[in-house]
Design a protein around this ligand. Structure first.
Ligand SMILES: Cc1ncc(COP(=O)(O)O)c(C=O)c1O
Length: 500
């Protein structure tokens, strides 16, 4: 790890904070820091751009267009190369179904609908039908039939957009009904980063509350964080980092008692937990069956098995949903309205989502959930018996593991070297595997466990290796000030967009 960052990393938090401030102000130290950022990003650069030097890179349009056949040939080769890791189950999350026949079916549906844009509802009423039915089917799955309230919603582009929209709706409801100037959201630290994005984007205050020893939302601590400006509290089913289902019944009671909204982020679990319950897993109520739940997000493009690019945001009642809409009556471009952040949208993605849902049906989702939950249980049990590793909390299908004895990020890098793409977590240092249908294929879970055992053994023998993500996480996990790490992350984004 570069010297200056390494030094900061090892300092006591208070000293590091002072040093970080000085670092930002001193041009000489700043230049040194810049060089260190460059070195860290350069370390990652080759892995970010593996095609450099192998394929033509465009910094301007080609003077003459390439032939379609040539483009298709190049893309086919890339796709074949890139699909191997996720197809063979080396990846956490990312591709949730991945069966060839399912993908071919979705691709055929996409091709049929590739010109559709729901903004032009008059031209593509079929897409309007698909979207309304996606929302209705998702709402039904999440308790719409069990409450007298109407459960309504819209299709969005993904979990993040669903969360952004719900938070903005709460902000605007709070502003108009309660006169709140700066709305507060109270969320466990484990709630998805999309809640930070919402707060940053819409000028809201996000209060992050520590979780309990089992990585579950601490309801008493959340209650203490609710103030007069609070418009909503948040729970996850389950959370992204540790795959833990928050105590939604208690949060729903808290929301009702304090008169604030409760958003249940079921982006991961929306299409798994309802079936897990049917399969006999112990899942307390987490959806609109609880009167205190006022909105939910559920990702069709994860365990809904649609192509990437759709999610559903749901609300109890029309009022909250109305705050989400955008309508303008005095624009020279005509009377304009749209339900979500985007204007034009890919109707084909909604068609594909509808087709995925209707082709899977309840029995398809139930069968998929059974396989995923059983595989995850097997993996979890096996990890719990491994020396040097511990499973965090009591997870269902996202399994986070840490090590009391080894640097878990070295284990992450050793797994990466074996072809795996797992997620690094921090605070506490951990990694996770989000179990998908890919891992339910014969031999995949076993291979994961064997590779994990080998990775742990390797790190035990050689605890200090170079490169990879370990140094980046090393900094991020311990540095008291976030500014330096966030700048490093932004530099990685810059690097993603660099063409040579
Ligand atoms: C619990 C949870 N919420 C929200 C999101 C954000 O979803 P997306 O990446 O589709 O925007 C994720 C993504 O993994 C998630 O796991």
């Amino acid at each position: 790890m570069p010297l200056l960052l390494d030094l900061l990393n090892k300092m006591p938090p208070a000293a590091a904070r002072i040093f970080e401030g000085a670092l930002q102000r001193s041009p000489a130290l700043r230049r040194q820091l810049d060089r260190q950022y460059d070195a860290l990003v350069a370390d990652l650069d080759a892995s970010l751009h593996p095609y450099r030097g192998r394929l033509p890179g465009y910094t301007r349009l080609p003077a003459q267009g390439r032939t379609r056949a040539d483009i298709l040939k190049e893309m086919t080769a890339l796709q074949e190369e890139e699909q191997v890791r996720w197809r063979d189950g080396f990846v956490s999350g990312a591709v949730y179904h991945g069966d060839r026949a399912h993908i071919d079916f979705l691709n055929a549906v996409y091709a049929l609908n590739s010109q559709s844009n729901p903004l032009h509802f008059d031209l593509w009423p079929s897409t309007v039908k698909y979207e309304a039915e996606i929302v209705a089917m998702t709402a039904h799955l999440l308790g719409a039939g069990a409450t007298p309230d109407p459960i309504v919603g819209t299709v969005t582009s993904g979990g993040t957009e669903s969360i952004l929209l719900a938070m903005r709706s709460y902000r605007d409801l709070g502003r108009s009904q309660r006169g709140i100037a700066r709305a507060r959201i109270v969320a466990p630290i484990t709630a998805h980063a999309a809640f930070d994005k919402a707060a940053q984007s819409f000028g809201m205050e996000l209060v992050r509350v520590p979780v309990d020893g089992g990585y579950r939302a601490d309801v008493a601590a959340m209650a203490a964080a609710i103030d007069r400006n609070t418009v909503a509290i948040v729970g996850s089913t389950p959370s992204f980092p540790h795959g833990i289902v928050d105590p939604i019944p208690a949060l729903a009671e808290l929301a009702q008692a304090t008169g604030v909204g409760l958003h249940v982020d079921a982006c991961l679990g929306g299409f798994v937990l309802p079936f897990a319950r049917e399969l006999g897993y112990n899942i307390p109520d987490f959806d609109f069956r609880l009167p205190g739940v006022s909105s939910m997000s559920a990702d069709t493009h994860k365990y809904g098995y649609a192509a990437k690019g759709t999610s559903v945001v749901l609300y109890r009642g029309e009022t909250l949903r109305r705050y989400q809409y955008y309508a303008v009556a005095d624009w020279p471009g005509g009377l304009y309205f749209s339900p979500t952040l985007a204007g034009s949208r890919a109707g084909a993605l909604s068609a594909t989502c509808w087709a995925a849902m209707v082709s899977m049906g309840e029995s398809g989702y139930r069968g998929a959930a059974a396989k995923i939950l059983a595989t995850a249980r097997f993996i979890r049990g096996s990890i719990e018996r491994m020396p040097d590793l511990v499973v965090l909390g009591d997870p269902l299908f996202v399994i986070a593991l840490a090590s009391p004895t080894l640097d878990i990020y070295r284990v992450l890098d050793a797994m990466t070297a074996r072809g795996w793409s797992l997620n690094g977590l921090h605070r506490p240092a951990a990694i996770h595997l989000c179990v998908t249908l890919r891992h339910t294929e014969p031999g995949v879970a076993q291979r994961f466990l064997e590779d994990l055992a080998a990775a742990v053994a390797e790190v035990r023998l050689q605890p200090a290796s170079k490169g990879g993500m370990a140094p980046v996480y090393g900094i991020a996990a311990t540095l008291p000030m976030h500014g330096l790490v966030e700048e490093l992350l932004k530099r990685i984004v810059d690097a993603l967009y660099r063409v040579e």
